[in-house]
Design a protein around this ligand. Sequence first.
Ligand SMILES: Nc1ncnc2c1ncn2[C@@H]1O[C@H](COP(=O)(O)OP(=O)(O)O)[C@@H](O)[C@H]1O
Ligand SMILES: [Mg+2]
Length: 265
Amino acid sequence: MTDQSDIATKTRPSIRVQNAVKSFSGRVVVDVDDLSLGDVPVEGLIGPNGAGKTTLMRMIMHSTTLDRGTITLHPHGGAGDGVVLSNLPSHRMAHQGVVKSNQVIMDFEKLTIWDSLLLSAAAPGYERPYRVFSEDAVFDQAADDATRYLELFGFGDPTGFAKSAGEKKLLDIVRCLLLKPRFLLLDEPTAGLPEETTAKVMEEVQRLAAQGTSVVIVEHNLDVIWSLCNEVHFMAEGRVIMKGTPQEIRAHRTVVEKYLGEGHV
Ligand SMILES: Nc1ncnc2c1ncn2[C@@H]1O[C@H](COP(=O)(O)OP(=O)(O)O)[C@@H](O)[C@H]1O
Ligand SMILES: [Mg+2]
């Protein structure tokens, strides 16, 4: 397992997406010429439904193949060689520290809350993550971290199963946090969560970003975007058409007219 304690002293990781195209049944849904993510701590990715936000994140994560193009991770920023993510087999992604939450939740129905979190925490470091349960040092660390998040987010009995969609959503976020990501992609993390929980999640995200993790967040709750993001990318019809500070994006006529509507600015 890599030692992550020195991350904060290094430069923030960035991801560059170049000439990346994805189509479904002959229809282009993502077509990004050149996009650099991770140059600031927290970036927002907004745009209408169907703009291609989730697909772009899935392309970065390797959960969907690219028709063409390159996606490169620069672990310490800069323009050096980097790791070409789009050439990596997907099981190698976890070792790069790039982690994504899910818009639609994978189910947590077969494992208890406790077991699913511990397995997630150990997954990137182990070929056989279930060994987390037999190796004391790894178990203790994972258990400490999991306990802290479970308390923070007010989960009751972790030996039970997640029930509501909200609980599963939150567990998926806890799973991401436990992985101590270097680059975190969040796809509508707060949809369906109560306001108080949303605030706590955002606090944790900010804490990670302050420690050197690069965060990209897709979110329909624009208050979250405006308050959290250093920069915002606006996506429409598969293309990233604009980038700016929250103030600039909020003030932009096209964005306001096509997407936000006067009431949301
Ligand atoms: N697996 C898929 N098969 C076919 N079409 C898809 C698939 N995934 C996404 N799409 C289509 O691609 C477009 C972009 O979707 P998506 O990336 O989910 O947008 P967003 O997250 O911005 O709402 C949509 O028109 C959607 O219907
Ligand atoms: Mg989406």
